[in-house]
Design a protein around this ligand. Structure first.
Ligand code: NAD
Ligand code: DAU
Length: 347
């Protein structure tokens, strides 16, 4: 099979490729990525020369470029990760989210529709639990939860989910969707909560917690997410949606406390030194209170459940950032630094 992986140089896409390229020499994986600020080809160093891996630079919002990639590579499967993914960026600059997440997904669907005839192909859309909006203190998101997105990011992902389902209903395009909770682990760009806190704590900088730190996220180790996606690609039913979650609801402030304790142990520093860096800052506008996934469907129908606990996953993640100084320095010396200075200054 030829598998076109969009956004394969980003956090989850790179973890997906690093896991699957060596495991499946019988498949060819084509990584189509625009290489935005969030991408890093260094994340793919271990598979860069594998005979079953190719990279092609494609902006999915450019229809001609998407058509050319489909013509050249004739994929049997698309696993669509490419997106603008950071909620705070969608608040300071929403346009790119509409362009990539909505128009980009539309372009891929159009190219797939043109290329695949009579039930050929598979379009796997990687989406988020944020499309469901915010939970109160009770309840879980199921696949039937009504869409109610809060941020420009989640609204753009919701629109892309609707387009994918519409192409299935209207044009019979074979599609599958997964909506996943917060990922963490190696290779995550340090604008997201966990790697940002690891960087700042190492540097002795403030650890900015939004609002009261009482918002809850359901954390999933990235490799567990990648295994879940692959399970759905292989054995999920066409036209279906599967929620993916870690069964790991944690308040933000408890995430940061946990991180400080693990980091202090791993760095041989007193925990109080890192805990003292915690600073409460102005809340994110439209900040969803709580996300939590009911992953019964994928567990019962496809036999997937997460392997990593939050404790083991967090320690692995901290160790990875401490052990990969070259990757970290490369990321921090790039455009990241400008953005952090412009948008997260003074926190
Ligand atoms: P990321 O920001 O780390 O990486 C995104 C990748 O997409 C980058 O390599 C970037 O270069 C590429 N990209 C962006 N715009 C592009 C364009 N116009 N054309 C081609 N490539 C482009 O994102 P991530 O955290 O790896 O998320 C991947 C997918 O998973 C996204 O669709 C996101 O919505 C979804 N998701 C993420 C999480 C999470 O916690 N990170 C959870 C659930 C779902
Ligand atoms: O739920 C899935 C989503 O998880 C994905 O679809 C998104 O792509 C991904 O970015 C993530 O969104 P969040 O907004 O939940 O992730 P983020 O890491 O930005 O924030 C996690 C929580 O931590 C959130 O409640 C906001 C808070 N936070 C975040 C940052 C960056 C802070 O308190 N301080 C911070 O500096």
């Amino acid at each position: 099979m030829k598998i076109l992986v969009t956004g394969g140089a980003g956090f989850i896409g790179a973890n997906f490729l690093n896991l699957l390229v060596p495991r499946h020499p019988e498949h060819t994986f084509v990584n189509a990525d625009k290489l935005t600020y969030a991408a890093n080809l260094g994340s793919l160093a271990e598979i860069a020369t594998a005979p079953n891996y190719l990279f092609t630079r494609v902006d999915i919002a450019d229809m001609a470029a998407v058509d050319a990639a489909f013509d050249e590579h004739a994929p049997d499967v698309v696993v669509h990760f490419a997106a603008e993914s950071h909620v705070d960026r969608s608040i300071s600059g929403p346009r790119e989210f509409v362009r990539t997440n909505i128009e980009g997904t539309f372009n891929l669907l159009e190219a797939a529709r043109r290329t695949w005839k009579d039930g050929q192909g598979l379009f796997h859309h990687v989406s988020t639990d944020e499309v469901y909006g915010s939970l109160g203190t009770e309840g879980l998101f199921t696949e039937d939860t009504r869409y109610d997105p809060s941020s420009p990011y989640s609204a753009s992902k919701a629109a892309s989910d609707h387009l994918v389902r519409a192409y299935h209903r209207t044009f019979k395009l074979p599609v599958k969707l997964t909506n996943c909770s917060n990922n963490y682990g190696p290779l995550q760009f340090p604008e997201k909560l966990i790697p940002l806190m690891i960087m700042n704590a190492q540097d002795g900088k403030p650890l900015p917690v939004y609002g009261q730190g009482t918002n809850v996220r359901d954390w999933l180790y990235v490799e567990d997410h990648c295994e879940a996606i692959w399970t759905v690609v292989q054995r999920g039913a066409v036209g279906e949606t599967y929620n993916i979650g870690g069964n790991n609801e944690v308040k933000n402030i408890d995430v940061v406390h946990g991180l400080c304790n693990v980091l202090a142990q791993e760095m041989g520093r007193p925990p109080a030194e890192l805990l003292g860096l915690i600073t409460y800052v102005k809340d994110r506008p439209g900040h969803d209170l709580r996300y939590a996934i009911d992953a019964t469907k994928i567990k019962e129908q496809l036999g997937w459940s997460p392997r990593e606990t939050f404790e083991t996953g967090l320690r692995k993640t901290v160790r990875w950032y401490l052990d990969h100084k070259v990757w970290v320095d490369q990321v921090r010396n790039g455009e990241y630094r400008n953005w952090i200075e412009q948008n997260y200054a003074g926190r």
